[in-house]
Design a binder for this molecule. Structure first.
Ligand SMILES: CC(=O)SCCNC(=O)CCNC(=O)[C@H](O)C(C)(C)COP(=O)(O)OP(=O)(O)OC[C@H]1O[C@@H](n2cnc3c(N)ncnc32)[C@H](O)[C@@H]1OP(=O)(O)O
Length: 431
């Protein structure tokens, strides 16, 4: 059936009024989404947990239905495609801005490559812009899908592997103390510490409800069901203030070498992170500690006396950002110094196309869309705006990549001097 004849409908986060259990329509949506990611069907208890969490998140679920399927073979409530969105803030450096988050996008193999994703995404991005969102954000299963819709790669992450055989020495003397505690104690501590991290880290994206449930062991890292293996510790600074937490689980005696896997490590200060890693590095009976969601410019190599204990694996793209409002998004960014330039943006979805004048005064921007466009100092496709907004790379990197086209070498140098930022954007969670 062509995409025009399919039915696109919101699937409410609701319960069966008679039983109080998650509704059949919600269950069918989850089952389709999970099948799309090759997961087993959710159990009744998992569905209950998911519904609770998704209500907390304020998710909006969309299902796409093919009413031509034989109802004796397939329940009419079962969608052929799923799509979900909700709102969290993103740290753009100078400000946190509400972002439109897109997730759980699946199209059944029987209905692929006939434009369902294109219709879902282009409609949703247009509605998100009309609703006032300056950016949409997603994580991608494949890097090649979302550029055509204007998403640009904004953060990266990798897994840190630390060889913890024998004594692991740090340059800095230990400070503060670490207290091991049951994960349930993190119910209030985890969101509060994450909020402090989120305020301080460019590129950070707000967390959904599942993260608190995972920090407390109510959910495992793979399924929304209790995880008895989980252990936890907090770091207290020299004044006794909690500044970070870590949750972790032993990978089992069959792991080679014996490995402890960090599930989540949230530190409100750089010292807290270092001290939690020192705690992990000194655990007995394990030879390797792995830490996920580590920044591409992770500073641990500078903290250890022997940096060869560290290796990084699984480096990959993290958040993809689609700018929906150039003025609001780029006024929430940091800059260096003062100056002006104009940027012409091309946008196949016509959401942000135009020429913008940036007037920068001591690191803050005032931006306007020009009514009578003039030849711009640089031009780019909308997909370059994500990395440019977050400072994910330098202006020169974007120019060399062919993603940003300066009118002259002087214009390139001016943009670099104003837009290049120290450090990298980083997010410690996906969604
Ligand atoms: C935010 C997230 O949730 S990321 C998770 C994405 N989901 C998955 O990976 C689950 C498995 N895959 C799927 O469910 C589907 O194949 C999807 C969602 C990736 C694509 O859905 P479809 O409805 O087939 O895509 P649609 O037909 O609308 O294609 C839109 C465009 O994307 C392109 N495209 C679609 N899938 C892919 C892919 N896997 N890789 C590269 N390009 C792709 C198409 O060629 C098309 O390009 P064009 O319009 O420029 O010619």
């Amino acid at each position: 059936m062509p995409v025009q004849q399919l039915r696109f409908a919101e699937v409410p986060l609701e319960r069966n009024p008679a039983t109080g259990a998650p509704s059949a329509a919600y269950a069918a949506w989850v089952d389709t989404a999970w099948e799309g990611f090759h997961e087993k069907p959710a159990t009744a208890e998992q569905l209950e947990q998911l519904l609770q969490a998704e209500v907390c998140d304020g998710r909006v679920l969309t299902g796409v239905f093919d009413d031509s399927r034989p109802t004796d073979l397939v329940d009419a409530l079962t969608p052929v495609a799923t799509y979900a969105s909700f709102t969290r803030t993103m740290n753009l450096g100078a400000k946190l801005l509400p972002a439109h988050l897109i997730t759980m996008v699946t199209v059944r193999p029987t209905h692929r490559r006939r434009g369902i994703l294109r219709k879902l995404l282009s409609t949703d991005l247009s509605e998100a812009k009309d609703a006032g969102f300056a950016l949409a954000v997603l994580t991608a299963t494949e890097a090649t899908i979302y550029g055509r819709f204007g998403f640009g790669r904004a953060t990266e992450q990798q897994v840190l592997e630390l060889d913890v055989r024998g004594a692991v020495d740090f340059h800095a003397a230990a400070t503060g103390s670490v207290v091991q505690l049951v994960p349930a104690k993190l119910a209030d501590i985890a969101p509060e510490l994450f909020a402090r991290f989120h305020e301080s880290q460019r590129g950070s994206i707000g967390r959904q409800e599942s993260y608190t449930r995972m920090a407390t062991g109510a959910w495992g890292d793979e399924q929304p069901e209790p995880d008895p293996k989980l252990r936890a510790a907090v770091y207290l600074d020299a004044h006794g203030v909690i500044q970070g937490y870590v949750t972790h689980a032993f990978a089992g005696w069959e792991s080679t070498p014996p490995t402890l896997k960090v599930r989540d490590l949230v530190a409100a200060t750089a010292q807290a992170r270092r001290e939690l890693l020192r705690f992990l590095a000194n655990l007995d009976l394990v030879e390797r500690v792995t830490v996920p969601m580590v920044a591409a410019n992770d500073p641990l190599t500078w903290a250890l006396v022997d940096p060869s204990r560290i290796s990084y694996t699984q480096r990959q793209h993290g958040l993809w950002v689609r700018v929906l409002d150039v003025v609001a998004a780029f006024e929430a960014r940091e800059y260096r110094g003062s100056g002006t330039f104009t940027l012409q943006v091309q946008d196949p979805l016509s959401l942000v196309a135009g020429t913008y004048r940036f007037t920068l005064t001591e690191g803050t921007a005032s931006i306007g869309l020009l009514e009578n466009p003039e030849p711009a100092d640089a031009s780019c496709e909308v997909t370059a705006l994500g990395p440019l907004l977050l400072g994910a790379c330098t202006v020169r990197d974007l120019v060399v990549a062919g993603l940003l086209k300066p009118a002259s070498p002087a214009a390139s140098a001016t943009l670099g001097s104003l837009l290049d930022l120290p450090g990298l954007p980083h997010a410690i969670n996906g969604f």
